[in-house]
Design a protein around this ligand. Structure first.
Ligand code: NAD
Length: 365
């Protein structure tokens, strides 16, 4: 039997996480920004990219492989091509600053391609596409990860060679429809989802993991072994095609983005370092806005009119599951499993937020 889940209202959770991050060394504005990103990820149903990351972040701050209060640095401004360095700062802050710059540039030029290297974990990539879409911009994001051992096996392989490299594409909404948001790991699941299963004492779906011998397993523990040689791997989604996309993200983010790839040289840091190639396009530079809006509306109506293959499971538009989770969790509170919550409270203690104070912050209306 599983221990009962906690269920916390978002406002209270934001307050605890913000305070914890301030104690960990972030200035108040940064602490609020990171806390909001994490809680928003939980609200949208992505617990793998929510507050459960706090113990990792606290550990990396202590190891000095993540640097609070570090903003985005412009390395080279080539007009429609820009290069930035994240200085291992909080990805949630650096990523937000990046999008602000890119949206402004795409407004001027119609488009911009940007490389962001060496940033600590960017979190839920969809956040950045949502920011772009809210400003009327299309955006595409290719991300790779260095700093820790690989987790995802190549197609036909049995050992990890890649991270879970997310790809994200956002298209602005219309008066009638919310934005399109494709935001996915190119692995069958994000590693955080395996961690969530481990914490909840659940098995992973069959066909998701292999053990260190390349044999199929449903045991999430194979991804978190004591001994590195015993580490299993997550499989790419979509057989060879998903593997091709995973590989493409590694090349685009790691090589063209300039931060480096998942080769063994980059594992030594023992942190979560992201590199991202982002393309922002102002659609008004290519198509007439009224026409675009009409086409999007007609297309979405047509696609979603396809009769459900299974009763009660209507066709959804990418981004809709996140909005449905948002509505439900805003109303009912955010579920947090006890192991994850305890890990957060322990991380809080390490940075000078006693459990009693965290409890008081959580209790205050
Ligand atoms: P997921 O499988 O839950 O969703 C992937 C996409 O599918 C989403 O765009 C979602 O809207 C869409 N979707 C889901 N069900 C659908 C349906 N029935 N119909 C239509 N569309 C549907 O996501 P994931 O692959 O587990 O990724 C989770 C998160 O992990 C993402 O936010 C990603 O950015 C993040 N991530 C980050 C990193 C990093 O290094 N920063 C690494 C990996 C993943």
């Amino acid at each position: 039997m599983h221990a009962a889940m906690h269920r916390f209202p978002e406002v209270r959770l934001r307050r605890v996480i913000r305070t914890l991050l301030e104690r960990a060394g972030s200035e108040p504005a940064e602490a609020a920004q990171v806390s909001d990103h994490l809680v928003d990820a939980n609200l949208r149903g992505h617990d793998s990219h929510g507050i459960g990351l706090i113990p990792h972040y606290v550990r990396n701050i202590a190891n000095r492989t993540m640097r609070p209060n570090t903003g985005l640095t412009l390395v080279r401004d080539g007009g429609a091509v820009m290069q930035f360095d994240g200085g291992l700062g909080f990805g949630q802050r650096v990523g937000a600053e990046l999008m602000e710059r890119l949206i402004e540039r795409a407004r001027e030029l119609g488009t911009v391609v940007a490389a962001l290297r060496n940033v600590h974990h960017l979190g839920r990539i969809g956040t950045y596409a949502e920011t772009a879409a809210a400003a009327g911009m299309v955006s595409m994001h290719f991300v790779n990860v260095t700093g820790h051992p690989p987790l995802v096996a190549p197609f036909r392989g049995s050992q990890g060679r890649f991270a879970t490299n997310p790809i994200c594409i956002g298209v602005p909404g219309t008066a009638r429809h919310e934005p399109f948001l494709l935001d996915m790991a190119t692995a069958l699941v994000a590693v955080g989802k395996v961690r969530v299963a481990l914490n909840k004492g659940e098995e992973m779906p069959p066909g998701t993991l292999v053990d260190s011998q390349g044999q199929p397993t449903t045991d999430p523990r194979v991804m978190f072994p004591e001994d590195e040689a015993a580490r299993g791997a997550i499989l790419p989604f979509g057989l060879h095609k998903g593997y091709c996309l995973l590989f493409a993200a590694e090349l685009l983010a790691g090589v063209i983005g300039g931060g480096g790839t998942s080769n063994p040289e980059t594992h030594r840091l023992d942190t979560i370092c992201n590199h991202m190639l982002t393309i922002v396009i102002d659609p008004a530079a290519l198509v007439e806005p009224e026409w675009m809006e009409r086409e999007i509306d007609t297309l979405i109506d047509y696609v979603t009119s396809s009769p459900p293959a299974r009763n009660g499971e209507p066709v959804l538009v990418p981004g809709e599951p996140e909005r449905m989770a948002l509505e439900k969790r805003r109303a009912e509170g955010i579920p947090v499993d006890p192991v994850t919550w305890d890990g957060i409270l322990e991380a809080g203690e390490q940075v000078g937020l006693p459990r009693s104070e965290a409890a008081a912050l959580l209790a205050n209306a």
